[in-house]
Write a protein that binds this ligand. Structure first.
Ligand code: CMP
Length: 138
């Protein structure tokens, strides 16, 4: 469905104690939490999750990083969720992220960039299903 997106608060932001502040921003921006868990993914799960990037030079580092510590995974609901959430998180490179965005405030670098946001409705659906079963979504 097109009114949902998938997000992860990444290991850098979790380790730096930003879970609460990031969730507050998500709520203030009008997203409803449909599913959420505090979890950790294995290297193999990270490789599967980021399969589309497997030919990229940063694939190994990305999957090492994403499996290095706890994350918060969530499905968020709002009209126009995918595009509006990408606007809220800001550019992948925090140096290019606009003032007021989550990455501007919390990201450390291109790879340690605090949050993930799905880039399409189709991927939101695939990524949400990777972390949650139907009975975990409300
Ligand atoms: P994310 O939105 O989780 O989806 C893919 C991730 O790959 C992206 O966030 C970045 O953290 C990472 N990424 C994208 N481009 C680069 C890059 N050039 N160097 C390192 N990491 C990157």
């Amino acid at each position: 469905r097109s009114d949902r997106t998938f997000t992860m608060i990444k290991p850098d932001a979790v380790a730096n104690g930003h879970i609460g502040a990031i969730l507050a921003k998500i709520n203030e921006a009008g997203f409803r939490i449909a599913a959420m868990k505090y979890t950790k993914i294995s290297k193999d799960q990270a490789k599967k999750f980021y399969e589309v990037h497997q030919e990229r030079p940063f694939y190994e580092d990305l999957t090492d990083f994403m499996s290095s510590g706890a994350i918060v995974a969530a499905i968020l609901e709002k009209e126009n969720a995918v595009a509006d959430f990408r606007k809220l998180i800001g550019a992948t490179n925090p140096a290019e992220a606009e003032e007021g965005t989550i990455r501007k405030e919390f990201a450390e670098s291109m790879s340690r960039n605090a949050v993930h946001g799905s880039d399409s409705d189709e991927n939101a659906c695939i990524e949400g299903a990777f972390h949650f079963s139907g009975t975990e979504i409300f």
